[in-house]
Design a binder for this molecule. Structure first.
Ligand code: ADP
Ligand code: MG
Ligand code: MG
Length: 892
């Protein structure tokens, strides 16, 4: 039970389950306190107080008194008062929301120091230098984060003071120097903020608390929340924590540590320690830290205690934790802990290690990893032992390892890639005009823009490697070169980019295949070295997932090769075989003939030629997937896709006519192209509509499937073909096609003497189909949700156009956090799916239900499909392991 009127919790009152109320930092400080660990006493002001403050613009009336009460209790416990002149209690004011968030206010340390109490602190500690160092830090942090003074002004003054003394590190400044610096800092505050640095300790604390509240609505924090889909109304908590001092001399210090290696997962001592320093020095990199292991020599007692505490934390949280600690004159204090971030490889290893240690079970292990991490492990990567020097580092925007010649415009990218060169497209930033160049390139590198820039969004959508925002690079597109720290890369020079780390290299870095893919391909087995250890962990997690999942996983595959690979990756059938790919190449001519046919005979001839070829394709496919279902989709795309380009052909015919040697066939072709030309081909003559207006087309395909199935049965095989009709909008369309198909199947049975059981079903990819699913189910034995087209038609987005044109803007404005083509839009498209599932099953309880859009391999979407009760998801072969894992996680 949470008391909404209670705004302040002592560290002894909270626990880790109260993250909503106390934020992550506060909840874990409370948890550690209650575990009996040495946490400096303090209290947490709740997110509720923050919300009230933000709503009304002033602190809730009760808050001031409540804080006062907790402060008094704290003062009593510590035996001194906040800012007391002769012996001051000092505190830190630390922000801490439920999720850690860039853009939120930083921490202010040493609150309570003033011109008077600094003297008292010096006397108590017997150390002038320490006291003045703490005071200058307070004015610096308070000035910057609470009063909004430009932090560089303080940095510059500090640098000047060091230069004047000819020293390089701040510890070499003496009390007198620091005292002067304090005077300087106070002047900076006065000029920049237009007010004196507050001398009243309670005022310092209250202002800092308010500043934390207000930072919740800072621009950067708001943008981050929108992008990460963190609700805007959570608010942040504020932690007030009594200070302990790592800057009291060589027997003091501060450090960070992990309970195990966040890169490999191995148990051991991982962390950094800095002697004679306060917390923020470690991250700021002001002086060199030493590896945590050296603390054993420096202070054995604290070291042993720390090891003990880390073990306690791991056992308690049952996971890798990271911690912040400070040692004050030989006394160890814990200042923060949380479940730590880790690499993808470490996530898999740690999960299985914890199972082996008996700390977690299989179900929990599945929650410790995710499909995005698995996908990351499946990308090829650069050889880690590379001798090639790093050129720059940008933002890891879209994973993968790409090597190619640098080109600086799309035109060159296309031209060079057509002649077989591998290229990396380098731009300052990309725009929709670069799309073709991006498609042609192995990878994309930009010097501007973040994770939601055009380059990043489009590259991720295409699954193409991308590093963006590498700001050190000076990209000169006019002179076709880039410069970085004196190195010049000209057009044609080879560069390598790593979309998983953001690193950019000059020259070719060797690429090694992912051991995880080698494993799925069956080329590698669990063994002893580093990579093998990872593979063993992946193997175990996958078997946990397969054991738990209800959803089956099929592949989108059009040929035997893809089908076999999909099987190795664990596919349980094919959910989508696109037959249009079987109409390309040399067969395009036959399709042309079919389209141009004037008479029934001509048309039948063309179909007769296509039939045996189609049949052969299907025989191979059914053999590769023997014993497993194969859903074949009848021809879907508009016919003009099989004809020459209208402009090219018009030019050719016009030229020929001017020479008076136009050929008859070209003229007919041009007529046909004109006849079939559509303004909106995606909404035009395609899918089932083709089957209804081109006589014989669908029946030829059905015959090829049926004959192939019969042939496989005769060869003692186990073909399980399913025939799928695309783009159905109404049950009448399906009924007509269905009647024809059944007749053909009966004929084939008669001719071959083989009994065939071919399921007939439909795609649900138009809103009308979803809305009338109950009727459509009368004529369909299965539904496969075509969520790509369904997303296009529900949103009215043309996928080929919008991703490159305005999606960047939409993402930046936070209209969505992720493209609806990447993750299913649950509220819109998803609700149609949900309703269609219910209506379909109401008509036909044994209706089989699947999805074959891109979403079938997207982690979040897989969870949704599990939840609405589909039977399977189908995705590209490479995504199958991800889908298996996520299906397992969804069910666990
Ligand atoms: P962040 O979320 O940025 O880590 P923290 O609130 O943890 O911010 O504080 C920043 C640094 O100050 C950390 O190194 C932390 O350990 C240190 N710190 C915070 N509170 C205290 C305190 N009461 N005494 C000593 N050091 C502190
Ligand atoms: Mg911290
Ligand atoms: Mg479709």
């Amino acid at each position: 039970h949470v008391d909404r009127q209670k705004f302040v919790y002592d560290f002894t009152e909270g626990n880790r389950d109260l993250k909503d109320l106390l934020g992550g930092k506060g909840a874990n400080l409370a948890e550690m306190t209650n575990l009996g660990l040495p946490v400096p006493p303090g209290f947490t002001i709740t997110t509720e107080a923050c919300k009230e403050y933000l709503a009304s613009g002033e602190e809730p009336a009760a808050l001031r008194d409540e804080v006062g009460g907790h402060l008094e209790a704290l003062e009593q416990k510590m035996g001194k008062k906040l800012g007391q002149a002769d012996d001051p209690l000092l505190v830190s004011v630390r922000s801490g929301a439920k999720f850690s968030m860039p853009g939120m206010m930083d921490t202010v340390l040493n609150i309570g120091l003033s011109d008077k109490s600094v003297q008292g602190l010096a006397k108590q500690a017997g150390d002038d230098r320490f006291a003045w160092d703490s005071y200058r830090r307070l004015i610096q942090m308070f000035g910057k984060t609470v009063l909004g003074v430009d932090g560089e002004l303080f940095e510059d003054a500090l640098e000047k003071a060091k230069d004047a003394k000819k020293v390089t590190v701040d510890t070499d400044l003496e009390a007198a120097d620091l005292k002067k610096l304090v005077t300087k800092f106070k002047k900076i505050v006065k000029t920049e903020a237009g007010r004196d640095f507050p001398q009243d300790p309670r005022e310092q604390m209250d202002l800092a608390v308010k500043a934390v509240f207000e930072s919740w609505n800072g621009e950067r924090a708001k943008l981050y929340r929108r992008q990460e889909r963190i609700p805007g109304d959570l608010g942040t908590a504020v932690n007030v924590c009594s200070m302990v001092f790592g800057n009291l001399g060589p027997d003091s210090g501060t450090g960070v540590a992990f309970t195990r290696d966040p890169a490999s997962g191995h148990q051991g001592v991982y962390g950094d320690y800095l002697q004679n320093a306060q917390g923020e020095d470690v991250v700021a990199g002001i002086r060199n830290t030493v590896p945590l292991a050296e603390l054993e020599q420096i202070d054995k007692k604290s070291y042993d205690q720390l090891m003990q505490i880390m073990e306690t934390l791991e056992t308690h949280y049952k996971d890798l934790c990271d911690i912040e600690f400070t040692i004050e004159r030989g006394q160890l204090w814990m200042l923060q802990t949380r479940v730590g971030k880790r690499t993808a490889a470490a996530a898999f290893r740690i999960a299985t290690q914890l199972v082996d240690q008996g700390l977690i079970d299989e179900t929990e292990a599945l929650q410790r990893v995710n499909g995005a991490q698995l996908a990351q492990l499946m990308f090829p990567r650069f050889d880690e032992d590379t001798k090639v020097e790093k050129l720059a580092r940008g933002i890891a925007a879209s994973p993968g390892a790409a090597v190619g010649k640098a080109v600086f415009d799309s035109y060159t990218a296309i031209k060079w890639s057509r002649s077989g060169e591998k290229v990396i497209l380098v731009r300052r930033e990309t725009n929709p005009d670069d799309l073709d160049g991006m498609i042609a390139a192995e990878g994309i590198l930009t010097s501007r823009g973040g994770k939601t820039s055009h380059a990043a969004v489009v590259a991720r959508g295409m699954g193409k490697t991308c590093v963006c925002g590498a700001e050190e690079l000076e990209v000169d597109t006019k002179r076709r070169r880039l410069t970085v720290n004196g190195t010049v890369i000209e057009e044609g020079d080879v560069i390598s980019i790593d979309g998983s780390t953001g690193k950019v290299y000059a020259g070719e870095v060797p690429v090694v295949p992912s051991p995880v893919v080698e494993y799925f391909e069956g080329r590698m087995h669990a063994g002893a070295d580093e990579a093998d250890e990872l593979v063993a962990a992946v193997h175990r997690i996958m078997s946990f997932a397969d054991g738990k999942r209800r959803l089956r996983v099929r592949a989108n595959a059009d040929n035997a090769e893809d089908a076999l690979r999909a099987r190795r990756f664990g596919a349980q059938g094919i959910g989508l075989c696109r037959t249009e790919h079987m109409f390309l190449g040399e067969r395009r001519e036959m399709v042309e003939k079919l389209i141009l046919a004037d008479t029934e005979n001509e048309r039948e001839d063309a179909l007769k030629q296509l039939l045996p070829l189609q049949k052969r394709d299907f025989v191979e496919l059914f053999e590769a997937m023997d014993g497993l279902p194969v859903t074949v989709r009848l021809l879907d795309p508009p016919l003009h896709e099989f004809l020459p380009d209208i402009t090219e052909l018009s030019v050719r015919v016009a030229l020929a006519e001017s020479r008076k040697d136009a050929n008859e066939n070209d003229l007919r072709l041009l007529q046909a192209v004109h006849r079939l030309h559509e303004q909106n081909p995606m909404l035009g003559l395609r899918g089932v509509r083709l089957g209804l207006v081109i006589p014989g087309l669908f029946t030829m395909q059905v015959r090829a499937i049926a004959e192939a199935a019969a042939a496989r049965k005769n060869a003692k095989g186990d073909p399980r073909a399913e025939i799928m009709i695309p783009l159905v909008g109404t049950v009448q369309e399906l009924e007509i096609v269905r009647d024809e198909a059944e007749q053909v199947i009966a004929e084939v049975q008669e001719q071959t003497g083989v009994e065939l059981k071919l399921a007939l079903g439909t795609m649900i990819e138009l809103p009308r189909a979803a809305l009338t699913a109950g009727q459509i189910a009368e004529a369909a034995e299965f539904f496969s949700f075509g969520t790509n087209d369904l997303t296009q038609t529900v949103w009215g987005f043309s996928r080929d156009d919008v991703e490159a044109s305005f999606f960047t803007a939409y993402l930046e404005k936070g209209i969505f956090g992720v493209s609806p083509f990447e993750t299913i839009d649950k509220d819109g498209v998803g609700s149609l799916v949900r309703n269609a599932v219910q209506a379909g099953r109401a008509t036909r309880p044994d209706l089989k239900l699947g999805v074959c859009g891109e979403h079938g391999g997207d982690p979040e979407s897989v969870h949704f499909f599990h939840e609405v009760g589909l039977d399977y998801v189908s995705c590209s072969p490479f995504r199958i392991p991800v889908a298996r894992l996520e299906a397992g996680r969804a069910a666990a």
